[in-house]
Design a protein around this ligand. Sequence first.
Ligand SMILES: Nc1ncnc2c1ncn2[C@@H]1O[C@H](COP(=O)(O)OP(=O)(O)OP(=O)(O)O)[C@@H](O)[C@H]1O
Ligand SMILES: [Mg+2]
Length: 283
Amino acid sequence: MNNAVDPTTPVIALHGLTKRYGIGDAEHTVLDGVDLTIKKGEFIAIMGPSGCGKTTLLNILGLLDRSNGGDYKLNGKSVDSLSSAAHARIRSDQVGFVFQNFNLVPRLNVIENVALPLTYRGVRKTKRLQAASKMLATFHLSEREYYMPWQLSGGQTQRVAIARALVNDPSIVLADEPTGNLDSRSSHVIMEELSDIHKRGNTIIMVTHNPSLTTYASRVITMLDGRIDTDTKDPRAPINQIDTTKRRLDSHSEPTKTEEKAKKVSKKSTKTKSKSTRKGTKK
Ligand SMILES: Nc1ncnc2c1ncn2[C@@H]1O[C@H](COP(=O)(O)OP(=O)(O)OP(=O)(O)O)[C@@H](O)[C@H]1O
Ligand SMILES: [Mg+2]
């Protein structure tokens, strides 16, 4: 059987997707006919006010929840009528979740938690632990491999959860406010990691409340009342909003084009300022 997916087929195609909660008078519509097409390799940031349906949408995209209506095609195939077991298989093969409050398994230590998704894939123990260890090193957590989850700080717990989500090199990464609980340094470590995964050709869909993080995205979608409100490809962040000191932690990496541009603009404005200051002090 040929399982190859035509590269032009969208990774995700939603048509008129609806989700309602409650029954009778208490019924409310949370997703109200969402149409959305996502191509392989896009990095999408989803924004919108609290309660507009971002997490609900992400849960449906990740096959953790089901819609009430409309059509969801994943890699060209409708997934609405598949069994829960089939959904679980797709999740384990293709999807990585990075959720803000992703609980680690309390009785497993850090390295075992990170290796867990590889167990479901049947990878042998030594290989699993090697891969987990490598991933933990990326997040500067090598010294915590044998800690138990309760011995970690909030930021460390989240980094472990993210390492676990990424260990099976998923082709689709769904991230719900992945940096919501983190300080800006840790946030940018995680954003750089997501960027690297994106550069390797994977698709990333990230919910965020932080507008500065949308600079990592190739497309920004805003939601309002269960619908897509705006959809902007190749967003150009206002340069003055980018904090170039926080963006990169790896001092060896080259600055990005946006950073170069931001630096030039700030140099220019410093020059103009000092010119006008000189003018002002001229007798
Ligand atoms: N299991 C549920 N049962 C009933 N209502 C729910 C359920 N899950 C979510 N909702 C409702 O659906 C709406 C959208 O919730 P959702 O979590 O998707 O919002 P959100 O955009 O992610 O918000 P936030 O930015 O605060 O995380 C909310 O009004 C919420 O109360
Ligand atoms: Mg949410």
